[in-house]
Design a protein around this ligand. Structure first.
Ligand code: HEM
Length: 147
């Protein structure tokens, strides 16, 4: 949210044009670390939450873990988590670096740079929406599904 609603709009200031690509690159690298640490914390605390409910690893293989409304919601949540991690990896380690490398190399916007920038933008938006859906699924695990 900070990148989309604060950093990028602020960097559009014409006075910042000479340093825009470099500034975005440096902030992108820092945000990447914060993002992956957050996902690691959510995975570890999530696994703890599953264990705190009395489930063990074998329950995942016998199918006991996936039974009932809680099990179905947890399965949906974990599959969403895997998709979110893969999209986030594509954004952070492939498309994102490609955008900044093209911007740093040419300095001026190019058709190819614009194509990759749009890809990074849509990947970022998708990861953002999936993260919100993960929060909703988390609340449904605790409070039950409204539908
Ligand atoms: C982007 C990643 C994630 C987000 C944003 C997220 C968010 C949440 C939220 C908001 C809750 C509800 C907390 C409450 O109302 O008390 C929750 C609960 C829960 N989450 Fe996650 N979670 C994530 C990843 C995971 C993962 C990877 C797992 C499993 C490995 C997991 C397992 C659980 C469990 C079992 C609960 C229920 C806790 C209970 O029994 O009270 N979560 N999560």
């Amino acid at each position: 949210m900070a990148l989309a609603f604060v950093v990028i709009p602020a960097l559009r200031d014409p006075e910042l044009q000479p340093v825009r690509a470099k500034a975005l690159h440096l902030m992108g690298l820092r945000l990447r670390v914060v993002g992956w640490v957050s996902l690691a914390v959510l995975l570890v605390t999530g696994l703890y939450n599953v264990a705190a409910r009395g489930f063990g690893l074998s329950d995942a293989f016998t199918g006991v873990l996936w039974k009932g409304a809680f099990g179905r919601t947890l399965a949906e949540k974990l599959s969403t988590f895997v998709v979110l991690v893969l999209l986030n990896a594509a954004h952070d380690f492939w498309v994102g670096p490609k955008v900044t490398a093209l911007a740093l190399r040419s300095g001026n916007p190019s058709a190819e740079g614009e194509k990759w920038r749009k890809a990074a933008l849509w990947l970022g938006r998708l990861v953002f929406l999936l993260s919100l859906w993960m929060v909703a699924l988390g609340i449904m695990l605790v409070r039950g599904r409204p539908f």
